[in-house]
Every structure is written in structure tokens, then in C-alpha cells.
Design a protein around this ligand. Structure first.
Ligand SMILES: C[S@@+](CC[C@H](N)C(=O)[O-])C[C@H]1O[C@@H](n2cnc3c(N)ncnc32)[C@H](O)[C@@H]1O
Length: 284
């Protein structure tokens, strides 16, 4: 797990050059859904990765993590999939959707395109995703090229619309103040009764640590600090949030990065499920 929140200022250490294959689930999807011949999968994925990396040399691109289906890996996936399929009026929003891989997975699993919405700072990722997945004639979903921190944007079209919101490797881009701001914006998109699911770089102790771009800090959430975040967001926005589940794990990717300048001994990944409760809201 890593960060791709801002442009890497220096010559990039993040471009993985010895890629021998891609994630097995992504390979299968590119062969069966996108109809790409098995021997073409890796060259196509790498060619598109290189185009995206030339635009934005971020770790998640360089290290091929734009081909992970994170949402489907969470325990809550079966429940949210059922909710979206059985209630066609339910809406899904992917925050920092990057190549829209999690949106593709929901579509393939039976969710209607009209229920699927993505938001990302970088519109080129969405365009390149159609070159990768070869599905422009099958899947048109609502996409917003927006900076979540932009106070001047018209957020009206997204407010209080969503039942399921996905935030993988998103909030950890910012320090505490930035996360409160970003999460408060996300809160304004959520309906009462909605759920937020995701994960991000965390720390067993929680706190500000040097970010990967060496431009400042990012806050790495512990289970305890994450609850405080949603209390603060609730107070700031007049909404109420219940952190239903958090799981802190040290993963292989975390161990592999233990010698990086931004590493610290307590870092790991925090997976979360948060519900917007319907009671005592001042915003409805
Ligand atoms: C680490 S990537 C995670 C992508 C995807 N959720 C995943 O799990 O693979 C973070 C994404 O957030 C987007 N992003 C970064 N800063 C943003 C901002 N200020 N507003 C909206 N999106 C942003 C990036 O363009 C990138 O696609």
C-alpha cells in the first residue's frame, strides 16, 4: 500500500521495471471482459501504465496497483453488492477512482451503470481506463474530474446522493487537517444510512509521518484515531457517524517498504467500515 496523492517531484523511484505479470484477477478480467488475448494482456497493461505514469508519476501507477480490485476484497463487499443489486435506486461513489477498476468489478458483478459514479483529480486516468478495459460501448458511468479539496467547485450534483462510498488509498493522502476536510466533503455526499468502505496507510500508534513525496506529512490512522476523525467530521458537518469495523494489518507490501525514508515500525494498513447513522442528523 502506498500513496499517490500528489505529483512526485523528483526522478521517480516508483516505476517498477521488472513486471512479469499482473494481478491474477485483473488478468482474468482483461481476458474475459475486455477480450484481450492472453499474450497481449501484460504488454497492454504496461503500455497504458507508462502513459499514465508519464502524466502522473505516482506510486500506485508505477507499481501497477491501479489493477487491484480492493473493494471486492473487503468482507463488506457481498453485502454492498447485494444492496446495490436489489435496490436499483441505491447509488455508489468511488472516491479517487483512478482507473475505475472497482467500478468495472461492480458492473461485471451485476450493478447497473446508472448506479455507478467515480470522482478523481485526474481525468486522463478515466480516459486511459477505457483504452485498457476496452468497454467504452458497454459501460458509461458518471465521472467527475474534481479536486476534493476545491472549495470553489459546485458540489451540489453530488451532495446527499450516495448509499455506498468507497475510499481505498484516498484519505491517507493528507495530514490530519486535510483528512478532516476531505472526509467532511465525502460526508456531504452521503445519505443517512449510507456506508463508507475502504482502507489506507495506517499506523498502530497513529500520527503524522513524512509523506511519500517528501513534501510534508500524511496522517496514518490507528483504530483509535480513525474513530476520532469521524467524531470530528460529525461535529463539523452536523452529521453522525459510527465506525462499525476497523482492521489493522501489517501486509507484505508494508514490510517490503520498511526501509524507506517515510517508513516507521508501526505502519500498516487500516481497513474500515463506517456508517452514517440516520438519527440526530441536522443535515438530511
Ligand atoms: C492511491 S490512488 C488510489 C486509487 C484507487 N482508489 C485504488 O484503490 O487503486 C489515489 C487516487 O486519488 C486521486 N486523488 C489524489 N488527490 C485527489 C484529490 N485532491 N481529489 C480527488 N482525487 C484525488 C488520484 O488521482 C488517485 O487516482
Amino acid at each position: 500500500m502506498s500513496d499517490c496523492g500528489r505529483k512526485d517531484p523528483g526522478p521517480s523511484q516508483w516505476l517498477q521495471t521488472n513486471v512479469k505479470d499482473i494481478d491474477a484477477a485483473a488478468r482474468q478480467l482483461l481476458q474475459t471482459y475486455s477480450g484481450i488475448a492472453p499474450e497481449e494482456v501484460l504488454p497492454r497493461a504496461l503500455a497504458i501504465r507508462d502513459q499514465a505514469f508519464a502524466l502522473y508519476p505516482w506510486p500506485c501507477i508505477g507499481q501497477m496497483r491501479f489493477l487491484r480490485f480492493s473493494l471486492a476484497s473487503y468482507p463488506a463487499y457481498a453485502g454492498v453488492l447485494e444492496r446495490l443489486k436489489s435496490q436499483p435506486e441505491c447509488m455508489f461513489l468511488d472516491l479517487g477512482c483512478c482507473f475505475g477498476q472497482d467500478i468495472r468489478k461492480l458492473f461485471i458483478d451485476g450493478v447497473q451503470p446508472s448506479q455507478l459514479v467515480g470522482l478523481d483529480l485526474v481525468p486522463e486516468f478515466n480516459k486511459l481506463s477505457y483504452d485498457l478495459f476496452q468497454d467504452v460501448h458497454r459501460l458509461q458511468f458518471e465521472f467527475h474530474a474534481r479536486d476534493i479539496m476545491d472549495d470553489g467547485a459546485d458540489w451540489g450534483p453530488l451532495e446527499r446522493r450516495f448509499d455506498v462510498l468507497h475510499l481505498t488509498s484516498f484519505l491517507h493522502i493528507w495530514n490530519w487537517t486535510g483528512q478532516v476536510k476531505a472526509a467532511s466533503r465525502v460526508a456531504s455526499f452521503a445519505k443517512p444510512g449510507s456506508v463508507l468502505i475502504g482502507s489506507g496507510m495506517g499506523s498502530r500508534v497513529g500520527g503524522e509521518f513524512p509523506n511519500l513525496e517528501r513534501t510534508g506529512t500524511n496522517f496514518r490512522q490507528s483504530e483509535e484515531s480513525f474513530r476520532k476523525l469521524w467524531l470530528e467530521v460529525g461535529e463539523k458537518t452536523g452529521t453522525r457517524w459510527q465506525v462499525d469495523k476497523t482492521v489493522f494489518e501489517v501486509m507484505d507490501a508494508t514490510r517490503a517498504n520498511k526501509d524507506q525514508a517515510w517508513a516507521e515500525p508501526d505502519m500498516g494498513i487500516l481497513m474500515f467500515e463506517v456508517a452514517r447513522t440516520a438519527r440526530r442528523d441536522t443535515i438530511t
